[in-house]
Design a protein around this ligand. Structure first.
Ligand SMILES: *[C@@H]1O[C@H](CO)[C@@H](O)[C@H](O)[C@H]1NC(C)=O
Ligand SMILES: *[C@@H]1O[C@H](CO)[C@@H](O)[C@H](O)[C@H]1NC(C)=O
Ligand SMILES: *[C@@H]1O[C@H](CO)[C@@H](O)[C@H](O)[C@H]1NC(C)=O
Ligand SMILES: *[C@@H]1O[C@H](CO)[C@@H](O)[C@H](O)[C@H]1NC(C)=O
Ligand SMILES: *[C@@H]1O[C@H](CO)[C@@H](O)[C@H](O)[C@H]1NC(C)=O
Length: 416
């Protein structure tokens, strides 16, 4: 009698845990893979990493183009331009076919992902949806005087109220969208971009060390830069960089970039260790990430650093500012933390001394402020700023853990 109850409660606990870890789990690549007529659109969602951005959001509507309608964009523009055009098709609201036909006053302006990128001038990141006569629904740019050149054709998929996928018959083109200057112009002056973004010290180090050339050599394949702002270099937590050898300075600067395009949406959905340009072997000079709401925090194993602004997102190059110098343990592990345990990346396993069944038999250890994301060696160096970010990150796991402990305690008392 008692045992089955215990088991069912444990099963409930486990399923609650499973549920909690699968939140936001739609996979747009998978959804569209079931429909080969969207293969071109789907491929561009992956190339531009918009798929990650879409998967990291809920309450959205994606307007898709079939291969025929996609032909006017595909291969005809730089990837960065296609990314902007497709971002304008990601509506930050949930419209299923019913809601589409019930728009109050028959017309509405809705925000899109393009508006949130900072790439859209004025209100050009908004889309006009208008219920036309005869049950037709038209879409157009919100720019005044724009025509409603795209029409709703059919519903593809709905997961209420997380994501709705609707087909339209033509791209929505806002003024200037397709004639944006190619990013090569901006990217050809990386140091100029960094200086304008308040990262003069970092830009100067890139030039004097020669690491700028390493960054530039990977631009075509993809480049992600985490540029510490000038304030970050003045932080008390930053070790004396003049004590580093030339080779160490190179490693430190290479640690601030990736040889791949990882825009914010991809960092938000990232679950793996990320190799940097300094990575020279398994587990060396890598980074992990954690997310809290819209915020991304980078973890080196020594101190966390918050992703601050996106300076440039022009596929395949993205440049962020970060509010801390990223300190790799390979250079600073022993020098900066008094107890230099390399950050454990997985949750610690209970030691054998705790007995064979620590969760149910012995009272579990009280939840601590530490979560797998913010490792013990993360905390001592973090300043007030990053501590609040870190605290927000750490909340979810302990509360989940507390819930688990409570449920197990209930299970044990019921079985007694
Ligand atoms: C929809 O998203 C919410 C979180 O925003 C999540 O809890 C829920 O499980 C999702 N529903 C589906 C069907 O994926
Ligand atoms: C989404 O689905 C695609 C295609 O099945 C798969 O390759 C990809 O790994 C999935 N992404 C995630 C985040 O699960
Ligand atoms: C949407 O566009 C139509 C046609 O240009 C226009 O009449 C309508 O006022 C616009 N809707 C909004 C909300 O601006
Ligand atoms: C790069 O940009 C900076 C700042 O905008 C500017 O001063 C510099 O002249 C530019 N360099 C080149 C080669 O265009
Ligand atoms: C720290 O020092 C120990 C012993 O001096 C060394 O084995 C280890 O590799 C060092 N750790 C790092 C991250 O440099």
């Amino acid at each position: 009698m008692a045992a089955p109850q215990t088991f069912s409660l444990l099963a409930l606990t486990l399923s609650l845990l499973a549920l909690a870890s699968t939140v936001h789990s739609h996979n747009i690549t998978q959804i569209l893979a079931d429909n080969p007529e969207y293969s071109s659109f789907n491929s561009y969602l992956s190339q531009t990493k918009l798929a990650d951005e879409i998967n990291s959001r809920s309450t959205i509507t994606l307007l898709v183009l079939n291969n025929g309608a996609m032909a006017s964009l595909a291969g005809k523009h730089p990837l960065s331009v296609i990314k902007n055009a497709l971002s304008l098709l990601v509506l930050l609201d949930y419209y299923d076919p019913q809601k589409l036909h019930k728009i109050s006053d028959g017309t509405v302006l809705t925000t899109t992902l393009y508006q949130t990128t900072g790439n859209a001038p004025g209100n050009l990141g908004f889309v006009n949806i208008t219920d036309l006569k005869g049950g037709k629904v038209g879409f157009g740019s919100a720019a005044s005087g724009s025509k409603l050149d795209s029409s709703y054709t059919k519903s593809v998929k709905q997961i209420p109220y997380n994501i709705s996928v609707l087909e339209i018959d033509a791209p929505i083109i806002s003024p200037g969208l397709l004639t944006a200057p190619a990013p090569s112009a901006a990217v050809s002056n990386l140091t100029g971009l960094l200086e304008k973004a308040g990262c003069k010290t970092f830009a100067g180090l890139l030039v004097s060390s020669g690491v700028l050339k390493t960054y530039e050599s990977t631009i075509e394949k993809g480049l992600t830069v985490f540029a510490p702002n000038d304030e970050a270099f003045k932080d008390d937590d930053v070790p004396d960089l003049t004590k580093l050898t030339q080779a160490e300075v190179v490693s430190l600067l290479e640690y601030h970039a990736l040889a791949e395009y990882k825009p914010k949406g991809s960092l938000k959905t990232n679950k793996n260790k990320i190799s940097t340009l300094a990575t020279n072997g398994a587990g060396k000079y890598d980074l992990t990430t954690s997310t809290s709401g819209d915020e991304v925090v980078l973890h080196t194993g020594i101190a966390p650093s918050r992703l601050a602004d996106t300076v440039l997102d022009a596929t395949p190059v993205v440049i962020f500012t970060v509010d801390k110098v990223l300190l790799p343990p390979e250079l600073f592990g022993n020098a900066t933390s008094p107890a230099p345990a390399p950050a454990p990346v997985t949750a610690p396993t209970p030691s054998p001394a705790e007995g064979p069944s620590p969760t149910a038999a012995s009272p579990p250890a009280p939840p601590t402020d530490e979560s797998p994301e913010s490792s013990p060696s993360d905390s001592p160096v973090g300043s007030a700023n990053s501590k609040s970010a870190n605290a927000a990150v750490a909340v979810s796991s302990p509360s989940l853990f507390a819930a688990l402990v409570t449920l197990v305690a209930v299970a044990v008392s019921v079985s007694l």
